[in-house]
Ligand binder design. Structure first.
Ligand code: 3AM
Length: 206
């Protein structure tokens, strides 16, 4: 029986769709949610990232810029799932061994795919390796609860925009630091063409 943890827990399984047979929480159809776990950002860090985005635009870059209220540091993309309780339990288990830790903003960077455009972001420095350790314990805790292994490796960043062009030669060194106090499970939805991220569960580091 799933017992949700933490103050903000809603963790209530969608029911019926959990695909136990495969050992994976991926669902076929139904009302699964698109889930990811991320570090939420304090207002001053959002402002600093928004400042980098404004400078990027002033540099002449174009693309689909992310509204600052959506800025976050993705820790683990889960994908389509309705296993909210299991995700919340994995987060609770991983948070138990984690104290609040410092992260620091760094320079602008871009992931380039095959196309001309790229995803533009502020690089996040994890100098003490705490975020990486959290990522690894979370990964193990999710795996134990039947989630697929995450395919992407951890590259901490705050996405500023997608399909970005015109960012060649752009640099914006930053040094703002903040203390990561917890991690949040979000549902990601496209609402009238805009991404909306709804917090579903939060685990604090103590
Ligand atoms: O933090 P960012 O914006 O880089 O890119 C998506 C976003 O990350 C990522 O999950 C975050 C919340 O949507 N994402 C979306 N689809 C993904 C996928 N199939 C993915 N990450 C890995 N694999």
């Amino acid at each position: 029986q799933c017992k949700p943890h933490g103050a903000g827990a809603l963790a209530k399984s969608g029911g019926g769709l959990y695909n136990e047979g495969t050992g994976s929480h991926k669902t076929k159809g139904g009302h699964a949610m698109r889930l990811f776990i991320a570090i939420a950002l304090p207002p001053d860090i959002r402002r600093a990232a928004a400042d980098t985005a404004a400078r990027l635009r002033a540099h002449g870059a174009e693309g689909r810029f992310v509204p600052p209220e959506n800025y976050h540091i993705t820790l683990r993309f889960i994908g389509e799932s309705n296993a909210l309780c299991e995700a919340a339990e994995a987060m609770h288990s991983a948070a138990r061994d984690c104290r609040p830790f410092l992260l620091r903003l760094s320079d602008y960077g871009a992931f380039s795919g095959k196309s001309e455009s790229s995803t533009g972001f502020v690089t996040v420095r994890d100098d003490q390796g705490e975020l990486r350790r959290l990522y690894e314990t979370l990964e193990a805790a999710l795996w134990e609860r039947g989630f697929d292994r995450g395919r992407s490796r951890l590259m901490p960043h705050i996405t500023l925009g997608r399909s970005i062009t015109g960012d060649t030669g752009f640099a914006c060194p930053r040094n703002e630091a903040f203390t990561a106090q917890g991690m949040t499970l979000y549902e990601s939805q496209s609402v009238r063409g805009q991404m909306a991220y709804t917090p579903l569960h939060k685990e604090l580091f103590v």
